[in-house]
Write a protein that binds this ligand. Structure first.
Ligand SMILES: [Zn+2]
Ligand SMILES: [Zn+2]
Length: 308
């Protein structure tokens, strides 16, 4: 079968590989791409292991054994480490990663699979992975009504939609007018500059954005950092707000199995309309160029259909 294989930084080749064996084999119908895939192509990533490496972690398709539609979850928590036992499976100390959605077929442990309603498109189902991370991030916040979201990429927009569904007053801050228009179509307000808010979500993943998010929290407020800065990065934290204003700073990483199922239900019900986040559908051969292309304008996710 054909698969996209990373051989080194910026060296992606579509090639014939051995058929996957063991576990459950799923024929991939849609694998959406995100900023993490761009990073993996450019610089590699700790969870890839060594080269050559398969990637693609937002994957939906059909089980070859029973024909059921499934989302291939990108990780299985171990269930036995300290954080899993404490009910924090999103930050499991030794998860099994399930990567390789950018291929015709993928093998996954049964525990990674989530059943899908047949009426949900595969492209929409694949987006349950990033949406689940947003469900998790909202859970890391508070129930404040006044919310600012810094960054109008697909994660920022998904966060905004989830918060709007909860009846909150949400302002998405992004310098791109196209993304502000997308935020407004989701029921949020928008701004080019971040104001002050009781609850602030950072969805950019850059040092300056983390600092802007700290500065935007009102006294007694909470900042949730959703965008990951490169590992090893140090960010200076202003002591005043954290101490004298009791601003809480929290990270949000990944998701749990339950949150993935919640995301699937939201997509299936149309409460989160995946079409608003879907970009071009491409084949494996176009993936490298598409991941290298600069992102501008509307925030939309590439969708790979390996049968194309
Ligand atoms: Zn992703
Ligand atoms: Zn664990």
């Amino acid at each position: 079968m054909r698969a996209a294989v990373l051989h080194g930084p910026d060296d992606l080749r579509v090639q014939e590989v051995e058929e996957p064996e063991g576990d459950v084999v799923v024929e991939v119908r849609a694998a959406s791409a995100c900023g993490t895939d761009r990073k993996m192509l450019r610089h590699g990533h700790p969870i890839l292991g060594g080269y050559p490496a398969r990637f693609g972690h937002e994957t939906a398709g059909v089980r070859l054994d029973i024909g059921a539609h499934v989302l291939v979850g990108d990780s299985v928590a171990c269930g036995s480490c300290d954080t899993c036992l404490a009910g924090r499976a999103a930050i499991c100390r030794s998860p099994t990663w399930v990567l390789g959605g950018f291929a015709e077929r993928i093998a996954a442990p049964e525990a990674a699979l989530h059943g899908l309603p047949e009426e949900l498109d595969f492209a929409g189902a694949a987006m349950a992975e990033p949406l689940a991370a947003c469900v998790h991030a909202v859970g890391r916040g508070t129930d404040s009504r006044d919310v600012g979201v810094l960054g109008g990429g697909t994660i920022g927009l998904m966060l905004a939609r989830l918060l709007v569904l909860e009846g909150r007053d949400v302002v998405v801050c992004d310098r791109h007018p196209e993304r502000r228009a997308q935020a407004e179509a989701l029921g949020a307000r928008s701004a080019a500059q971040l104001g002050s808010h009781d609850l602030v979500f950072e969805a950019v993943g850059r040092v300056e954005a983390w600092q802007q998010a700290f500065a935007a929290a009102r006294p007694g407020g909470t900042v949730v950092l959703v965008g990951g800065c490169p590992s090893g990065t140090t960010v200076e934290l202003p002591t005043g707000p954290v101490h004298y204003d009791e601003v809480d700073v929290r990270g949000a990483f990944h998701h749990t199995r339950t949150e993935v199922d919640q995301a699937i239900a939201l997509l299936a019900a149309g409460e989160v309309d995946w079409r608003g986040f879907a970009g071009e559908t491409i084949g494996l051969e176009q993936l490298a160029d598409a991941l290298r292309a600069p992102t501008a304008g509307e925030a939309r996710k590439l969708v790979v259909d390996p049968r194309q």
